[in-house]
Design a protein around this ligand. Structure first.
Ligand SMILES: [Zn+2]
Length: 528
């Protein structure tokens, strides 16, 4: 039996109370790293003790095994249901199934019978639209359902969570997990102090007012300068880097390697693009040329990538420093010794933002914190890593309402005309998001990214304030001491920063200045 942490016990008590009061469907909000698989293993165990059955639904095979693994530790036997499954054994009290597999079967009588035999359904990462079939099928209307997620949030035209669940039970907070030593805290480096004072805060929903945020939503900017900032801020740290797309991944990997920093990238498979049959179609030809260019770039840099499993293995074994991807290594990817997360993109998704940060927050021997290098102003838009968020089962449908934004081919969205190689566009109306005109093949020039120096920013999540400070390497002893107190990091963080600045000599000097005892100085030196 796996021993539960105190807050995990509380979650289970909350669920029991909810069910006892007649509730059927609830969401448990729990941050990445809070050990939710352990919670649902224990729930399954409790259910099995009453000779009842649990089905755990997930959408990723990694999670299937992770989930199954921690269930095994509880001593409970479970059956996996994955692609190709035809029959179910009645002998189990717990089933762990891939959502994609079961979605294909839920209308078949044999499988309906199976679903009817289930008493408790647990849905992992339940914010995902993938699980809509569960509720649309009606099979679980009168059964107990618990959804687990770090970010219970839907947006735009997505199905309202309130149709499927009646309550969100909020679990432990990130700050609490850091304090108890289950996660590490962060050092945040961003574009500028997120000036939250200009954005109206709606205390009812706990979110920024949509009106005042609309501008920011509309123009997310990504900056560049990953290599320079890495060298300045966190040289030699084990790093995961998130890019926008394949081309961006390849180019970022090239830039790091050029500076002698070993970096590898992983991207989804790209098949060789086919020349369009109708070569007269300028739109299709332009698209082909663009795809071929990215394909060739990828081929030329094969030596910086490889088979996904192998790259993960090499990264695990520290054969290179920086792992670059465009969203493959997010949920379910666990490499706890990662010290730095570089976000080279602007996202509008809270889920993705927190998943990216979650790759750095795991505890590891000797790890005192993790660095966030945010080139997309994401903390300003989506909130800081440790920020207390309020969640709601309902969401505004303002996104996707109304007409899609349109521009005229050969013009920017704001009406300014552009020419590429002296050629104008065909002036037909096209979607504002198009980079290539489907009619004439007019190809919009790529935006030049601005290189910037990130600043260290100390965020007070409680009071929604942020202040910019010097980089640690430029701080005097007393400034570093103040920074340490402001951030609320544990003492080993300070030891490590001193060591980075000037090795054991610096620790001794600092210790003398701040009146540390000899044994404390020795402890610090021993730690680093
Ligand atoms: Zn055109």
């Amino acid at each position: 039996m796996v021993k539960l942490r105190p807050y995990q016990n509380e979650s289970i008590t909350d669920i029991k109370t909810f069910f006892k009061s007649g509730g059927l469907h609830c969401i448990i909000q729990a941050p990445t790293g809070s050990g939710k698989t352990v919670i649902f293993s224990n729930l399954s165990m409790l259910v099995a003790e009453n000779s009842k059955k649990t089905l755990i639904l997930t959408d990723r095979s990694e999670l299937l095994y992770q989930a199954g693994g921690s269930i095994k530790k509880t001593g409970l036997q479970s059956m996996y249901i994955q692609a190709g499954a035809k029959f179910i054994s009645n002998a189990f009290n717990c089933y762990v199934g891939m959502s994609q597999t079961l979605r294909k079967r839920y209308k078949l009588p044999y499988w309906i019978e199976f679903f009817n035999s289930i008493d408790l359904l647990i849905i992992d990462e339940c914010h995902d639209q993938q699980f809509n079939w569960v509720f649309e099928s009606g099979l679980f209307d009168n059964k107990h359902v618990i959804g687990f997620t770090a970010t219970p949030r839907h947006s735009g035209k997505m199905r309202q969570l309130a149709l499927d669940y009646t309550k969100i039970i909020e679990g432990v907070e990130v700050t609490e997990l850091i304090k108890e030593g289950y996660l590490v805290g962060d050092d945040y480096y961003g574009i500028e102090p997120p000036d939250l004072s200009n954005v109206e805060f709606d205390h009812k929903t706990g979110d920024y007012k949509t009106g005042s945020l609309f501008q920011k939503f509309n123009s997310p900017t990504t900056y560049t300068g990953a290599v320079k900032n890495y060298k300045d801020i966190c040289p030699d740290t084990k790093t995961i880097c998130f890019c926008v797309n394949i081309e961006h991944c390849v180019k970022t990997a090239i830039a790091f390697n050029k500076e002698g920093i070993t970096a590898r990238f992983i991207v989804s498979n790209l098949s060789r693009p086919k020349i369009p049959e109708n070569k007269e179609n300028a739109g299709k030809m332009a698209k082909y040329v663009e795809r071929k260019r990215v394909y060739d770039l990828l081929q030329e840099n094969k030596h910086l990538t490889g088979e996904r499993k192998q790259i993960f293995k090499d990264f695990h074994e520290n054969k290179f420093k920086i792992l670059i991807n465009a969203g493959i290594a997010t949920k379910g990817y666990d490499q706890p010794d990662i010290e730095t997360v570089i976000v080279l993109r602007a996202t509008l998704s809270t889920t993705l933002w927190l998943q990216m940060l979650g790759r750095g927050s795991r505890i590891y021997p000797g790890k005192t914190h993790f660095n966030i290098l945010d080139f997309g102003g994401n903390a300003e838009r989506l909130g800081h890593y440790t920020e207390k968020r309020l969640w709601s089962l309902w969401h505004e449908k303002f996104e996707g309402e109304g007409l899609p934004p349109i521009k005229t081919c050969g013009f920017h969205s704001d009406g300014r005309p552009i020419q590429v190689n002296g050629k104008p566009g065909c002036t037909r109306p096209i979607l504002a998001s198009y980079k290539i005109c489907p009619f004439c093949g007019f190809t919009y020039p790529k935006k030049e990214l601005k290189e910037i120096d990130l600043s260290m920013i100390i965020i007070d999540s409680q009071n929604h304030t942020a202040k910019k400070t010097k980089l640690i390497k430029e701080m005097s002893n007393s400034e570093l001491h103040e920074c340490w107190k402001d951030k609320g990091h544990k003492t080993p963080w300070l030891w490590k920063q001193l060591w980075y600045k000037g090795g054991t000599e610096k620790i001794k000097e600092f210790g003398k200045e701040f009146g540390w005892t000899q044994s404390n100085i020795e402890r610090a030196i021993k730690f680093v």
